[in-house]
Design a protein around this ligand. Sequence first.
Ligand code: UDP
Length: 495
Amino acid sequence: MDNSGCRRRQRLVLFPIPFQGHINPMLQLANILHSNGFSITIIHTNFNSAYTSNYPHFTFRPILDNDPKVNNLSKLGSRGAGDILSGVVLLNQYGEESLRQELDQMLMASKQEQEPIVCLITDALWYFTQSVADSLKLPRIVLRTSSLLCFLVFASVPFLDDQGYFKQVNSLFDEEIIDSDLKNIILASDKNKFKKTGSVKSVKDLEERVLEIPVLKVKDISKMKIKGQTDPSAKILAKMVTQTKASSGIIWNSFKELEEPELEKIHKEFPIPSFLIGPFHKYFPASFSSLLEPDRSFITWLDEQAPNSVLYISFGSASQMEKQDFMEVANGLANSKQKFLWVMREGFVKGSEWVEGLPDGFLDLVGERGRIVKWAPQQEVLAHRSTGGFWTHSGWNSTLESICEGVPMICSPFWGDQPLNARFVSDVLKVGVYLENGWEREEIAGTIRRVMVEEESEDIRERAMCLKEKVNVSLMKGGSSYESLGSLVGYISSL
Ligand code: UDP
């Protein structure tokens, strides 16, 4: 859709969180809005800003970590979940003054250029930006890069904590306070063998559904790796939720048909305009905002494989795996006898540079029936006819990209929103299988065969293809995402 041409040009200022899974959707959104007639300025940190040269049609303004006096920001790291969290906290903590000065200058210049800045669009996790926008009387719209379900669950953390869910799961998983007998029962429960016994009467069955959010099982709460409302990450999420409520609207990288019940709840609990215009990457691919150079050397090999015969494996841009789990993954893959393309980032395995932890003989197998790369053009791989399955960490971008190509998933979430996405994909959409009992080679091999070749795979693939069709309809004229984009453009123009 292109509504440009008939309006006086207005400028939008967009501000992504500097991590791959957040940069991609923000830059895609920038392109969508640009093609609808808006001029775009991107505010960014120097940290993780390698993508900027690919967007000559945008203006880029570095802030926050370009001030050598602010030593704290030099602590920003790019590897691992902990670093992302501390990065988000650091940037939120030190950002206010720099952002206010930068926006103030931009607002003054825009008056002279006759191109008014009409709104600031920031990642929801940039919670500090709401007060800055308020002080400058600039409307702020939030981009939430994950699902509606995830946002609702994050918003419910205090409530779930008050209901005792975190106490239950924490007491189960806190190594300090559980005796070894109970720990064994818990470990067994994680393998679906949990039976309530006299000794754990007060413990809710981990397999039970959460009464208030029935999509989830009780054990999913622990897998978010939040320990309750006083946990530092829960505090970040609480601020994100409060400042989103205070904003002028929310843009979601999702589509109505995917999350209809969740949208109803969002309308009730967040009475500000919500725009579901996704999936964004259907308008513009993510590769331009890639922080790593995608390797395309395997494409000829992929071209030669039979339709739906290759399992694509990628655990996203930030997750890290323990060495022993990595061995289970490699052995499970070997035992599955399936072809594969495996994205293994440098530093993905804790304590290893790259592939040196692979079991003996695995690299021979790579020659015979697989390829390993450091970074892939993921959307192209998922759209390839030879790709028959996606073993994913269930990041929201990866989940949407798989849905859009009708590729069945194996879900192995690590933390945060990923376990929620995994549950949604397996239990609600039924377009994937949740490998929910950790990393164990025989279960891995069996699950790969279930999704790639066994009878069940036909049904999963059929449902995945149906969902792909729904996405396409939502993006067509008259479809929900198409219409919502029209509303968003109208809304921003009226601000
Ligand atoms: N990605 C990619 N090549 C790879 C692996 C991932 O281009 O080899 C992209 C993927 O297409 C997605 C993003 O990186 O757009 C990962 O985002 P997601 O939300 O799935 O996970 P995160 O990295 O934030 O955990």
